[in-house]
Design a protein around this ligand. Sequence first.
Ligand SMILES: Cc1cc2nc3c(=O)[nH]c(=O)nc-3n(C[C@H](O)[C@H](O)[C@H](O)COP(=O)(O)O)c2cc1C
Length: 190
Amino acid sequence: MTDIKIDGPLLNLFENSSIALVLAEVAGDHHLLMVNERFSELTGYGAEDVVGKNCRLLQTSPDGRQASNHEAKAKLRQFLTGDEASVRTPIVNFRKDGTPFVNLLFMSRLTTSGGVTRYIFASQFDISRSNPHLLDQYDQELGGALSRIRPLLEGHNVMLEGTLSTIANSTNAIAQAKVTLAELDRNPTH
Ligand SMILES: Cc1cc2nc3c(=O)[nH]c(=O)nc-3n(C[C@H](O)[C@H](O)[C@H](O)COP(=O)(O)O)c2cc1C
């Protein structure tokens, strides 16, 4: 049973957002409950492809290519099993058409007043085809989405934890993501 009713204002916020937003359940294997239109535009996967599944499917292309992503996955697992309020990491993902991209993934937890995490909220951004201005704009929109979601959760016995830590050196982070993508083109399994 989900406590959050995914309709009304929360659904509107997701659908009207200009950035990719998703929500997953913590129970079980963190299955996606909802993804918005921007997520589908970014990844090529519609809600019908991914709701009820774990988002790790983005780590493998439809023809079976996979990037190593060891460091990123360790960080995500640490977040999911630990008690940090939020996490942010680049991770190599593949669109439904097989195109790779470096996803700057942000996740934060929705916890009950008793401190139990019930849902994970996340947002995805293609940092490998970006520039510092677009990344700043994305950060502002993500920060705005976080502050608009908070009041919508009142009455649902959950609150959104964490704040958005901005990327210290966005120029550098974008350059690094482009290098990662170029390496992947040369050697698709690494
Ligand atoms: C709400 C939510 C959104 C996620 N979004 C992504 C994503 O966009 N790309 C990705 O590679 N992993 C994403 N993940 C992380 C994976 O689902 C998974 O937790 C991660 O790969 C580490 O666990 P594993 O080692 O069991 O795969 C997301 C997880 C959650 C809970």
